[in-house]
Design a protein around this ligand. Sequence first.
Ligand SMILES: [Co+2]
Length: 453
Amino acid sequence: MGGTNAEVVQEAAHDMKKLDIAENETTQETAAKEIRESKLSNSNGTVMVSQTPQNDDEVAQSDGTALDGLAESAKKKKKKSRAKKKKEPLEQTDPPTIPVDELFPSAEFPEGEIQQYKDDNLWRTTSEEKRELERLQKPMYNTIRRAAEVHRQVRKYMRSILKPGMLMIDLCETLENMVRRLIKENGLQAGIAFPTGCSLNWVAAHWTPNSGDRTVLQYDDVMKLDFGTHVDGHIVDCAFTVAFNPMFNPLLEASREATNTGVKEAGIDVRLCDVGAAIQEVMESYEVEINGKVFQVKSVRNLNGHSIGPYQIHAGKSVPIVKGGEQTKMEEGEFFAIETFASTGKGYVREDLECSHYMKNFDVGHIPLRLPRAKQLLATINKQFSTLAFCRRYLDRLGETKYLMALKNLCDAGIVQPYPPLCDVKGSYVSQFEHTILLRPTCKEVISRGDDY
Ligand SMILES: [Co+2]
């Protein structure tokens, strides 16, 4: 556990010397600030033409007799332009700062990609009974679409700033702060659904830096950016992979296409094992050449997609990504995270490295605790995260200190579950793509679909 981790930290420290990260970051922040300021002055500039006294003076100089009339018309223009301004839909800034609910004054958020059911379920498309069922669910659909819109906007921005040399911790904090702002974080009503996964290379999932980690993103890294947003506990679980070196493109393509295949196969009354078989077939049709060696891409056989419930990231059903899975069927109204992992390694992960992810056990009731420190930490977890996953950094920012022993007590008592990083063999590479889908009564909605993936 510790050994591999120490190595990662050492490598990162080494790379820090080559790149002046601090300066790099500052430049980026300054650039962002400049963009904001220039936008601000642009909009001010437009308003100034019609309403500043300075401008009136200029006009008055050329025709003194018309001064009064001009002043009056300027007043009218002022009113007019204000009223007009209010009606114009807001545009997102760059970097994004405007909460998405302010960008959609109608409070109707964009629908995801609609896919029709096929074969035995074609009738659902036009069924009046099923359409009526959907009308009742519309407010809930709109709620999760708001979370999806935040996901799309945040990932679009992250893609634009991701560069080799960035500190992983800065990357995560930028992303998380942006989610908080765009979703208007509000206790358990809206916010981050789980820690920002940014697992690198042979680490497939569940890695995010703990405080003090100095890992730096490298040109030859394969990073899975897996983050979640939620509104009222309706979770959008969606991920993509970033690689700067184009040699990894076929590996990324394999998991992207495999995930799209899983999304396409999913449907009401579809057996989970059939989805897994279809995914594996597409996944393993890919090969990738890495530094002169050719690998047939493998589906990671012990990783799965999953059903999602309110405040419950894994609601009980697993969506396999290889053949031979369960015969259990998908059902009307269910949410699923369809995620696939492509690997050049064994296609099998095990727990390794320092743990960062934790989550309260969904079914655990009230367990009386005697240890005051553990009791206090549990109160924080209940209030801040409830049954949503969290990481050590989220406790740190809430002002919790020296909580590791208390956290261990909660894990030992079965109240909290640790989720350590999941790793394929060292030196291998894993890519991932993931979407959240909803099996609506009349059609399938790919809630998190964007123009990127
Ligand atoms: Co997931």
